[in-house]
Write a protein that binds this ligand. Structure first.
Ligand code: TXA
Ligand code: MG
Length: 325
């Protein structure tokens, strides 16, 4: 499996787990061998880190569910290295799919399409559709290519917890159960991909994310419907409380003096983290900021509500889910 001495030879911090490695060509090769043998690897993507395995290997997929503690009714996203691999997973590819792929791939847009028989129901949680995307991080694409596998990869967090946006933020309970963590640096997007369902009559956003509603509408030339309430959602992964730190999250207008949390103001208080007022920059910093406050031992985190504008849709979705009880 992993050459454990490698970490030491490269002069790594001894306090770091030895299976967190830089994505050198050698390490990507070693990671791809782990995948080919049915193992699990944490890989960087531009959105969040993912817990990757061969999407067509039922046992490996089951292992990923077990590591995350994820209910079996929550399907995984299949990661491919280029649009040409779509045919390996999807049985019907509508013309709009190619247009969206051309505009947004590689990138944070996941498309839901009717699945091919080769994609196991364990991967799609019993659905006849499959979610697929080409990740924007070169290391993720290199791992897909080197392994020759399609990679099923949920976010590399424990069920309902915060997704990691850097290798250091991957929960040690996950690190110890995987063959390797490829450290690709901080994720540039910082929030999960937008999940767009193309399997029904009309395209529909199932989860807002790294690509905005307006950007998608500009390509499909029509307004997209609003996500229906949880009881009727097609995407079983959309639980009410999700993306949550250990601390209780409260959405507030303004942080009180001394209240730990995320603020748009500048504060001297180390427990009040200044957040950017531009939505993409805010998104890129959100999970790591919440994690930092969690690690400081805060029991309650106040989060100043961003404006309700369209560009904040994905951030507001995550904040509401983190604050749900
Ligand atoms: O940015 C991302 O999407 C990250 C990185 C690692 O690629 N992955 C990620 O995966 O967020 P996960 O498993 O944490 O979230 C996948 C979402 C869930 O909400 C799930 O319900 C939905 O995609 N999904 C997956 N397959 C689906 C399908 N066939 N139909 C509807 N929704 C699906
Ligand atoms: Mg997730």
């Amino acid at each position: 499996m992993v050459d454990w001495a490698q970490g030491l030879a490269k002069g790594y911090d001894a306090s770091r787990p030895l299976n967190i490695l830089r994505p050198t060509t050698e390490n990507i090769k070693a990671a791809s061998r782990i995948i080919q043998r049915g193992g699990v690897v944490v890989m960087p993507t531009e959105t969040v880190y993912g817990l990757a395995c061969n999407a067509l290997d039922e046992n490996a997929v089951q292992h990923v569910f077990a590591i995350k503690g994820r209910p079996a009714d929550n399907p995984l996203i299949v990661h491919i290295s280029s649009e040409s691999d779509l045919e390996r997973v999807a049985s019907v590819i509508p013309p709009i799919c190619h247009e969206l792929a051309k505009r947004f791939w590689p990138g944070p847009l996941t498309l839901v399409l009717p699945k091919r028989a080769e994609v196991p129901y364990r991967t799609t949680a019993g659905l006849d559709t499959v979610a697929v995307r080409v990740p924007g991080h070169a290391v993720a694409r290199a791992l897909i290519q080197e392994s020759g596998c399609l990679l099923a990869a949920p976010s590399a967090n424990l069920f309902t917890q915060l997704s990691p946006t850097c290798a250091e933020d991957v929960d040690p309970r996950i690190v110890e159960q995987v063959g390797m963590v490829l450290d690709g640096g901080p994720c540039s997007v910082g929030l999960e991909s937008t999940v767009l369902d193309l399997s029904g009559d009309e395209p529909q956003i199932l989860r807002p994310g790294g690509v905005s509603r307006a950007e998608i509408q500009a390509v499909i030339g029509q307004p997209l419907g609003i996500v229906p309430p949880p009881s009727v959602r097609k995407s079983p992964g959309l639980y009410r409380r999700h993306y949550a730190p250990r601390a209780v999250v409260r959405l507030v207008e303004r942080l009180r003096h001394g209240q730990p949390g995320l603020t748009f103001a500048h504060s001297e208080d180390p427990c009040q983290i200044h957040m950017p007022s531009e939505p993409r920059a805010y998104a890129a910093n959100l999970y790591s900021a919440l994690k930092k406050l969690d690690d400081m031992g805060c029991d309650e985190i106040g989060v100043e509500l961003p404006p309700d504008g369209a560009l904040w849709e994905a951030v507001l979705d995550r904040l509401r889910k983190a604050a749900a009880v």
